[in-house]
Design a protein around this ligand. Structure first.
Ligand SMILES: Nc1ncnc2c1ncn2[C@@H]1O[C@H](COP(=O)(O)OP(=O)(O)OP(=O)(O)O)[C@@H](O)[C@H]1O
Length: 231
């Protein structure tokens, strides 16, 4: 079964298409990079798949169902903007997740919080941007979801921490799940990707297995990005 199936998906904001007849299929058991130039529709697509945007046209299924309450229980979505209260500490955030999500494993979240060396005595307001991102990754990846949708999870972190976060994401990832990760930091994420989807103006510009794309273009995904978006 395809984890995600999208056909002719169009989403307009005040009449202007953010996604334009987009079609895409993603199978379970993969780590997929979602890349594209600014405004190409990555966040909009992830929000629709996560079931937080509803006014679109076309066909979308996630794990065989139209995005809604049923799929939300199976999909772990890490949005680009923090939704946790500024006053939250690690402990409060873990407890909030435990209340919200039946599939949340608090112990796994604590392991990641320690692995990321996050300060347990500081509120979110007192944490740096990178620390907040690490906490959100720890929470999102501690759900036993079938589909993980991560919107720019490493945008605010230093290069060494990016590797640590990616390791944290991969450790314990169920091979029977799909991880879709949007990023501008293709070079950093490339080593973990099985495949990539390139968006442009709300459509799929290029999609394929990472190895096949590298072979076809004779370079890495980062260089492919520069080639296709500069041409
Ligand atoms: N709430 C909104 N109201 C109006 N237009 C919006 C809204 N959100 C997004 N858009 C528009 O939709 C298009 C796609 O935006 P989106 O945020 O999905 O792109 P993106 O690929 O995630 O961009 P970036 O790489 O800059 O984060 C853009 O033209 C943007 O201006």
């Amino acid at each position: 079964m395809n984890a995600i199936e999208v056909r002719h998906l169009t989403k307009r904001y005040r009449g202007r298409p953010a996604l334009d007849e987009l079609s895409l299929r993603l199978e379970i058991g993969q780590i997929v990079g979602l890349v594209g130039d600014n405004g190409s529709g990555k966040t909009t697509l992830l929000k629709i798949l996560a079931g937080v945007l509803a006014d679109w046209t076309g066909e979308v299924t996630v794990l065989g169902r139209v995005p809604g309450p049923e799929t939300k229980a199976l999909v772990s979505f890490l949005p680009d903007a923090s939704f946790l209260a500024d006053s939250s500490t690690c402990e409060r955030a873990v407890n909030q997740y435990r209340l919200f999500f039946e599939d949340f494993e608090a112990e796994r979240a604590w392991e990641m919080i320690r692995f990321f060396k996050l300060p347990e005595d500081r509120s979110l307001k007192e944490m740096s941007k990178g620390m907040r991102e690490k906490l959100q990754v720890a929470l999102a990846m501690s759900r036993n979801a079938r589909v993980y949708l991560l919107d720019e999870p490493i945008s605010g972190v230093d290069p060494a921490s990016r590797e640590v976060i990616l390791r944290g994401i991969l450790d314990g990832l169920d091979p029977e799940s799909l991880l879709l990760i949007s990023t501008h930091l293709i070079h950093d994420v490339e080593p973990v990707l099985d495949s990539a989807v390139f968006l442009h103006e709300g459509r799929v510009l290029l999609q394929g297995e990472a190895d096949a794309l590298r072979e076809e273009y004779g370079c890495g995904l980062d260089a492919i990005f520069r080639k296709v978006y500069n041409s």
